[in-house]
Every structure is written in C-alpha cells, then in structure tokens.
Design a protein around this ligand. Structure first.
Ligand code: PMP
Length: 389
C-alpha cells in the first residue's frame, strides 16, 4: 500500500517524477559546462512559458518573496509613488515591502472574495503620477483571480510599470506577458512551475530594465540588485562561466526538466487544462453545498480553490478527516478569517485521478464530521466536466 499522502495544498505541490529525478543527480559545479547549458536552457524556456520573447529572465536562489523583493528593490527609488492593488494577504505583503524601499505607497484593497473594479484602478491612476503598480494575479489567501490583461492595459494607458505577482498563477493561469504589456511577471518554483521550493523566478520587460538602468540612487538591497545578477544571467545565456552567489544547482537542473515538460504540454493546452480543472473542482464544491470565497466564477482562480467550512462543522476536524482519507489540504490564510475556510491546490502536475481522489476525501471528511451530503455528488459533478472533450 502506498503510504504517501497526496499533497493538494497551494504549494509546494505534487511534482513530476522526472523533476524529482533531476533533483537527485549528484550536485555539479555551477561552472561545469553541462550545468551552464542547463541554466541557459532554463532561461530560454522561461521566456516561452511567460510568453515574453524579448523579456529578461532571472533565476535566483530564494523564495517567491525574494522575487517580489527583487522587483521592488530594483524599480523603486525613495520618494516614488507606487500603487498596490490588493486582493488579500500577498497584496498586503507588497504594500509593506515597497514602503521599505522608500516608496509612497497607496493601496486599493478589494473586499474579501472580490477584485478591485477596473474603473477604480483607472480613476486612482489618473489622480497621481505613479511609477509602478503591483497586483496579485491569484491571491493564494482568497483564491481570487485578477484580470491581468485589463490591468496591463491600464498600466500602459497611464504609463505606469506593472508588476504581476504570479507566484500562484505562472504556468497555470493564462498570462501573455508581452502581449498584455506587463513589465514584471514573478513567481517561485514550488507552485505551477513544478519544482521544489527554493527558486525565485522573474521576467522583466525592456521598459523595466531601462527604468532600473536610469536609476539615480543605488539599489537598497545588495542580494537582489540586478547590477549583481544581470551579468550572471547574460553569462549563462552566452554559455560562459560566472559567479555572484552560488546558484541552487540541483533546483536549476530540475527547473530545466520541468520547463521542458510544461512546453511539451504547450501553453495553450496548459491554460485550458487548468481552467477545466478549476471548473470541475468548483462544480464538485457546489454539488456538496460548499461555498467558495470568490464572489463569482469569473474571478475564481483555476490553480486553487478557497472554500468555507460549513457552519455546523469544525474545520480542524474536517482537515484531519480529509488527511485520514489520504489527502493533505491547507487551512485559511487571511488573518481575520483563517478559521473559517480551507484551501485546495490543483495546479501543475495534478491529474484527473488526483482531483477525484481529493474530492472523494473531502466527501469522506464532510460525512465523518457530521455534514450531510449526498455521497458521490461532488465526484459526479466533477466527472461531468472532466469527461467532456
Ligand atoms: N505571492 C503569492 C501569491 C503567494 O502565493 C506566495 C506564497 N504562497 C508568495 C507571494 C510568497 O512566496 P514564498 O512563500 O515562496 O516566499
């Protein structure tokens, strides 16, 4: 019997066996020719996954927060105006982060489960001369999906740099960085990119790189400074040895494998598969009378679902029962509402069997904590979607 539980949290996620195999290759030198080729390949493939053929990719050892930090540190100078469009926990994080670099930061916060209306963003951008705006594509605390294309357009209209926190969306939700005019799209390895935690990844537009080049003051974060990292990325792209900080060698090799698998699937197929997965999972929740956080399906993320516990049951008991049925899910993240909802990741390598096993475990958990359901109704609803061509 397999003793391992299925990891269905919003990151780290289940990884492909080939990615895990790449992790176990004996660690090589960061200047070994094979490794240089892997790094170069990973950089090239990032541009394809991000749909940003002329962007500048960065692969740095660190977490998603470092990727956020890197965009903030390199693009903000003291006194710059910045706007944070917040849909939850990670919007708040960006607000704090940008203040550290001396920005005057305004924040537009959505109601829980909603997005900030585009008209409100448009209006705010007309009020002041903003240098940049940040938004969370999928806020992992609410499972709300932002309209990245429209925000990209607003950024262009007002000549404001746009930073998309795609930690819970890149390689899952549709993002066309260059076509949508988004200046920085950042993520971390452990989510839909499909590599164990430890890599901060971002692609910056020419406009973002020029803004950094034209700075009048030094970047206030030594590790994150593009001055240190751009020559390293360029050296790897030109297959030359280089060093600033030791790269996470095994993770970069795993990244090369995962990006190859992502591109083999194809970005269009991948976006559609995530959409179908999200729709199927939400149909299952609906059939079980479980409410989700997003106020409507149009703004519901496809990479994860945030669902309220039914009032009559104890959330901790539910998660424990789901765990007993072999599936690990996550509790809530928003400070005020933490104990009222749970989150299920369904991105990256997740397949039909994983999804159905998860719904079945949730049904088991609900029944065993005393919530009345029609057994199999969640599974049936999901299968009806998944069985469609
Ligand atoms: N932004 C979002 C949307 C996230 O989901 C996360 C991680 N859950 C982060 C930023 C921060 O990433 P990390 O935990 O890798 O620092």
């Amino acid at each position: 019997m397999k003793r391992r539980k299925l990891l269905m949290i919003p990151g780290p996620i289940e990884f492909e066996p080939e990615v895990m195999q790449a992790m176990s290759i004996p660690t090589t030198s960061h200047v070994a020719p094979d490794f240089i080729t892997s790094f170069k390949n990973a950089l090239e493939m990032m541009k394809k996954v991000w749909l940003a053929p002329s962007g500048q990719p960065f692969i740095i050892a660190g977490t998603g927060t470092l990727a956020m930090d890197m965009a903030g540190a390199n693009l903000i100078e003291p006194g710059d105006n910045a706007l944070v469009i917040s849909t939850g926990y990670f919007g708040e994080r960006y607000f704090e982060l940008l203040k550290r670099y001396g920005a005057n930061v305004d924040i537009l916060s959505a109601e829980v489960g909603n997005i900030v209306p585009m008209e409100q963003i448009d209006e705010q951008l007309s009020k002041k001369n903003y240098k940049l705006l940040t938004f969370t594509h999928v806020d992992t605390s609410t499972a709300v999906l932002n309209d990245a294309k429209s925000i990209g357009q607003l950024g262009q209209k007002h000549n404001v740099l746009t930073i998309l926190d795609g930690v819970c969306s890149v390689a899952g939700e549709e993002i066309r960085q260059e076509e949508w005019g988004i200046d920085v799209v950042l993520t971390a390895s452990q989510k839909a990119i499909g590599v164990p935690p430890g890599l901060a990844l971002l692609v910056a537009s020419g406009k973002a790189m020029d803004t950094w080049r034209n700075r009048k003051t030094p970047v206030r974060n030594y590790y994150a400074d593009w001055e240190n990292w751009l020559p390293i990325m360029e050296a790897y792209s030109n297959e030359k040895p280089s060093y600033f900080g030791t790269p996470a060698v095994n993770l970069v090799q795993a990244l090369e494998v995962s990006l190859r698998l992502i591109l083999e699937e194809g970005m269009e197929n991948r976006f559609l598969r995530h959409q179908k997965t999200g729709i199927a999972f939400r149909a299952a929740m609906d059939a079980l009378n479980i409410d989700i956080l997003p106020v409507n399906n149009k703004i519901a993320a496809n990479t994860l679902t945030g669902a309220y516990y039914p009032k009559e049951i104890n959330g901790n008991e539910l998660l424990a029962a789901i765990g007993k049925a072999g599936v690990i899910t996550a509790g809530g993240l928003l400070n005020d509402l933490k104990t009222t909802y749970f989150r299920i990741g369904h991105m990256g390598a997740v397949n039909r069997s994983d999804l159905l096993a998860t719904i079945s475990a949730i049904e088991y958990g609900l029944e065993s904590t005393g919530y009345k359901i029609e057994k199999g109704s969640g599974l049936k609803a999901a299968q009806e979607i998944l069985n469609k061509q």
